[in-house]
Design a protein around this ligand. Structure first.
Ligand code: B4P
Length: 191
């Protein structure tokens, strides 16, 4: 299996590059953001809980997202591999992902860290907010999402650097240029 984590601040292009990875490598795309937004749309109990955090730019509790992922990984036993998009977002989620994959004798092959400066992130998310209808795509919420990212999510870079799987990707440029850098990393893994 080829297991990739696509990592970066909100608006760094994780969802955008994941779509290209699915097309080229046939991996299963697991986006916790998308899964939670679907629950909100369907007005489920989980959706109501998620919305109370997401609309404020906060993270949904670890136990909730870990449980969702654990169930999904088990369902795709014959997959070529996974793209974990927006998960893990805390050290506890990072530890949990390692344990989930270990149960299936799998591991993370690469963590692709999309590097984009803060001003560009804010511009992208505010621009997306004009068409996405997402409650969390506005200037005020993006500022708290970025703060949450720096405090709760960024420590994962060191966690994965120590494991030797972190790969920095320049996340500014055309979508195809960025994908070209990602392809190079995957070719080096040689899976
Ligand atoms: P996500 O859905 O993961 O939202 P994101 O970080 O904003 O998305 P992404 O980086 O994928 O941006 P995109 O490609 O669309 O999470 C939303 C919320 O869900 C979180 O804030 C949290 O509350 C909750 N959540 C999700 N996972 C969780 C977890 N594991 N634990 C707890 N809570 C969780 O790109 C952004 C924009 O930039 C797009 O409009 C795109 O068109 C544009 N763009 C992309 N690449 C570009 C490029 N190269 N140049 C110019 N524009 C580009």
């Amino acid at each position: 299996m080829l297991n990739i984590v696509i990592f970066g601040a909100p608006g760094s292009g994780k969802g955008t590059q994941s779509a290209k990875l699915v097309e080229k490598y046939g991996l299963i795309h697991l986006s916790t953001g998308e899964i939670l937004r679907d629950e909100i749309k369907a007005d489920t109990e989980l959706g109501k809980l998620a919305d109370s955090y997401m609309s404020k730019g906060r993270l949904v509790p670890d136990a909730v997202v870990i449980d969702i992922l654990d169930n999904l990984i088990g369902k795709y036993g014959d997959a070529k591999g996974f793209i974990f998009d927006g998960f893990p977002r805390t050290l506890a989620q990072g530890e949990a992902l390692g344990e989930m994959l270990e149960k299936h004798e799998e591991d993370i092959n690469a963590v692709l860290c999309l590097e984009v400066e803060e001003k560009e992130l804010i511009d992208r998310v505010v621009k997306r907010g004009r068409v996405s209808g997402r409650d969390d795509d506005n200037r005020e919420t993006i500022e708290s999402r970025l703060e949450v990212y720096h405090i709760q999510t960024e420590p994962l870079k060191e966690f994965y650097r120590e494991k030797g799987v972190l790969r920095n990707i320049q996340g500014v440029g055309s979508i195809d240029q960025i994908f070209g850098s990602i392809e190079q990393v995957i070719d080096q893994i040689g899976k």
